[in-house]
Design a protein around this ligand. Structure first.
Ligand SMILES: Cc1ncc(COP(=O)(O)O)c(C=O)c1O
Length: 288
């Protein structure tokens, strides 16, 4: 595999960054995860826009333009002969001194890894996931805004560890008031009385590109959609539940905190969303 670092491609064993990079020392950087399906890169401009917005929010100067970034992503896929895959883009603050002050970092770095990623085993797309609620809370928007896709994922990692310890693969993260935000790497949706609902972004939720796409699909399929603040009770008593994310796509949830959601089977609305999702992702996007 060939990895892009600052304008050059390196064999994966030679693709290395400095131990003084503040991305490593302090999690000082931002990232994106992007998918390619069937020779096309899905929602590439949206991902690049969010990447540059994240960088702007943390005052991280990216040394290449958005169009150069797009071209580099496409080139990384071409160099690796990938028509389907997962692309990780990172922008780190770059090499600096041991103090946190980013002023010592002269140049930010761009890394692009084009590979594959299977977040959940295929069987769960048919049978649905069991999830728990984590005790660790999602970052508050007034602290580290979850809209920024930063290299600081410690809360989410701790929630993921709680999930694993409970014998499941995913965890719901609440905000400090106990309202449902999202899962560790996915947005969450429920279906109740025919209405598709997801928590509003202002609570402290990543504005998922898959989330937006699923909302578009839901509307196109004629479902009623609304953003709504929800608690664990709303998840437990939902008719259906599913998660969305670039890596996860759309995946059903059939149990939360040991309560079956409805009768514990994957719901019909979820099935129709997943079906339409798979149809559309293979048809649109930037040609590699
Ligand atoms: C915390 C979190 N929520 C939601 C998502 C889903 O966002 P997207 O659909 O843009 O991949 C991600 C994706 O990485 C994430 O890290």
């Amino acid at each position: 595999m060939l990895v892009y670092i600052d304008g050059q491609f390196y064999d994966e064993k030679d693709a290395k960054v400095s131990v003084f990079d503040h991305g490593l020392l302090y999690g000082d950087g931002v990232f994106e995860g992007v998918r390619a399906y069937n020779g096309r890169v899905f929602k590439l401009s949206e991902h690049i826009k969010r990447l540059y917005d994240s960088a702007k929010a943390i005052m991280l100067k990216v040394l290449i333009s958005e169009s150069e970034m797009i071209e580099s992503v496409l080139e990384a896929l071409r160099k690796n002969n990938l028509k389907d895959g997962y692309i990780r883009i990172l922008i780190t603050r770059g090499e600096g001194s041991l103090g946190i002050d980013p002023i010592t970092c002269a140049r930010s770095s761009v890394i692009i890894i084009a590979d594959s990623l299977n977040l959940y085993p295929e069987e769960f797309y048919e049978t649905g996931l069991a999830i728990i609620s984590a005790s660790v809370r999602r970052n508050s928007p007034d602290v580290v805004n979850p809209k920024i896709k930063s290299l600081n994922y410690i809360n989410n990692i701790m929630a993921k560890i709680e999930a694993r310890q409970a014998g499941v693969l995913e965890a719901i993260m609440l905000d400090r008031n106990g309202y449902v935000c999202e899962c560790t790497g996915d947005n969450i949706f429920i279906v109740k009385n025919g209405v598709i609902k997801t928590p509003p972004v202002y609570l402290g939720v990543l504005k998922g590109i898959t989330r937006d796409f699923v909302i578009e699909i839901a509307r196109d399929l004629g479902y009623i959609f609304q953003e709504e603040i929800m608690t664990q009770y709303d998840i437990y008593t939902a008719d259906e539940c599913f998660l969305t994310g670039t890596a996860a796509e759309a995946i059903p949830v059939v149990m939360a905190d040991s309560r079956e959601i409805s009768n514990g089977n994957v719901g019909e609305v979820t099935k129709s969303i997943i079906k339409e999702f798979r149809l559309r992702v293979a048809q649109e996007g930037w040609e590699i």
